[in-house]
Design a protein around this ligand. Structure first.
Ligand SMILES: *[C@@H]1O[C@H](CO)[C@@H](O)[C@H](O)[C@H]1NC(C)=O
Ligand SMILES: *[C@@H]1O[C@H](CO)[C@@H](O)[C@H](O)[C@H]1NC(C)=O
Ligand SMILES: *[C@@H]1O[C@H](CO)[C@@H](O)[C@H](O)[C@H]1NC(C)=O
Ligand SMILES: *[C@@H]1O[C@H](CO)[C@@H](O)[C@H](O)[C@H]1NC(C)=O
Ligand SMILES: *[C@@H]1O[C@H](CO)[C@@H](O)[C@H](O)[C@H]1NC(C)=O
Ligand SMILES: *[C@@H]1O[C@H](CO)[C@@H](O)[C@H](O)[C@H]1NC(C)=O
Length: 332
């Protein structure tokens, strides 16, 4: 049975573009049109609708691994319990139908695994048909390969140059322009990976050469080229061993340590001159002050006890009247 649905305008335009050969210029335009994650729903009343994928009522997700293994899982809660659900998988390479599988009855929640020729696959269409007598609802979803593909893990390498940590990475067999890739760099702090888009190198300033760096990366298609694409596995851990060369700490030690050793030597050589400069000769106090300097009693310092009681010298002046004898003698 051939399905001929009236697809929404943006889906139709993407189909028209997809049929053209993809050149570098119009790459972005096409990529943007691919970015839908909706079910196209149609039922027996002839009504159709677009509903968002990934919610509590209905969700389907597919991953295409590097091993060409296509794994899809789904979960539907909206259709009535009595309804029988069938699944039809169509693997397409543009207009060409490459593979088609139909499961007459599937569970509401389930998964399937299929080996596909990923080189000759461009998208995969899934349609789930929940039916009960004449009543049916079909959930249709088309996944473009880019959105399914779990990319190969990037390998990362790093070196310290001019004091900075220069990190570079690559994806084995990279097929799209750099701007089509998101990267996450884990530098040992898994909680907070660094995010990059469209670049294959990064310089982390002020690297610590005494630190052992352990780096790993993962990648996915950027929103620019394929929305909702899955993350790759984390790549191998790249270990940048701490440098065994002279670390800055040692240089600092030498820088300050050598003068510290030389200084005492110089001091010894110039001991005489320096000791005079550093410890100028203290004048020796005369003997008579030493007593005061040594004694701490401030009273005795201010009021020294006299060594001996000074004898009072009383000079008596006698007022002697001239004697009559002398008068007489002078008269006489
Ligand atoms: C059919 O789809 C329309 C639009 O989504 C919806 O309103 C209607 O209830 C559906 N009918 C049945 C029987 O599922
Ligand atoms: C794909 O699904 C199958 C079956 O559920 C499972 O055994 C297999 O490990 C899955 N593949 C990967 C790569 O996870
Ligand atoms: C798969 O879906 C696309 C729309 O995305 C459509 O053009 C194509 O015809 C479908 N293929 C099959 C086999 O149904
Ligand atoms: C869904 O399944 C029912 C019952 O098998 C069938 O009558 C109906 O045509 C199917 N619808 C589509 C779109 O395939
Ligand atoms: C990635 O790994 C391959 C193979 O081991 C190697 O040749 C290549 O140089 C590595 N690239 C980087 C950026 O580490
Ligand atoms: C990188 O992105 C992830 C989610 O995409 C986010 O959790 C994380 O915080 C981001 N890292 C930085 C350093 O912004």
């Amino acid at each position: 049975m051939k399905l001929s649905w009236s697809l929404p305008v943006h889906l139709t335009s993407f189909l028209l573009l997809a049929s053209q050969s993809v050149s570098e210029e119009d790459f972005t335009d096409i990529c943007e049109d691919y970015g839908t994650d909706h079910f196209y729903v149609m039922n027996s009343t002839g009504k159709s609708d677009m509903i968002e994928n990934k919610n509590a009522e209905h969700t389907v997700s597919c991953l295409l691994y590097q091993t060409d293994e296509l794994n899809c899982s789904w979960s539907f809660h909206r259709p009535k319990k009595e309804m029988v659900m069938s699944l039809s998988i169509r693997v397409c390479n543009y207009e060409e139908l490459v593979n088609s599988i139909t499961h007459k009855s599937v569970e509401r929640t389930g998964s399937f695994s299929l080996i596909v020729k990923s080189k000759s696959m461009e998208h995969v269409n899934l349609s789930f048909n929940a039916s009960l007598q004449d009543e049916w609802t079909v959930y249709y979803h088309s996944f473009e390969k880019k959105r399914l593909t779990v990319l190969p893990s990037p390998n990362v390498s790093a070196l310290i140059k001019d004091g900075h940590l220069q990190i570079s990475w690559e994806i084995p067999g990279m097929q799209h322009p750099e701007r089509c890739y998101d990267f996450q760099l884990d530098m040992g702090d898994q909680e907070n990976p660094k995010n990059f888009t469209g670049k294959l190198s990064h310089t982390e300033p002020n690297a610590d050469p005494s630190f052992t760096y352990r780096l790993r990366m993962r990648t996915k298609m950027s929103d620019l080229c394929a929305e909702y694409s899955p993350w790759s596995e984390w790549g191998p851990i790249f270990t940048l061993e701490k440098a065994n060369k002279i670390s800055p700490r040692v240089i600092v030690l030498i820088f300050f340590g050598v003068p510290m050793i030389l200084l005492p030597v110089l001091l010894l050589l110039r001991h005489q001159r320096l000791s005079k400069l550093l410890f100028p000769p203290i004048p020796r106090p005369p003997q008579k002050y030493q007593y005061f300097l040594e004694k701490n009693d401030p009273l005795s310092f201010s009021c020294p006890t006299p060594l001996a009681k000074q004898e009072e010298e009383i000079t008596e002046v006698e007022d002697v009247e001239p004697s009559s004898d002398n008068k007489n003698a002078s008269e006489g």
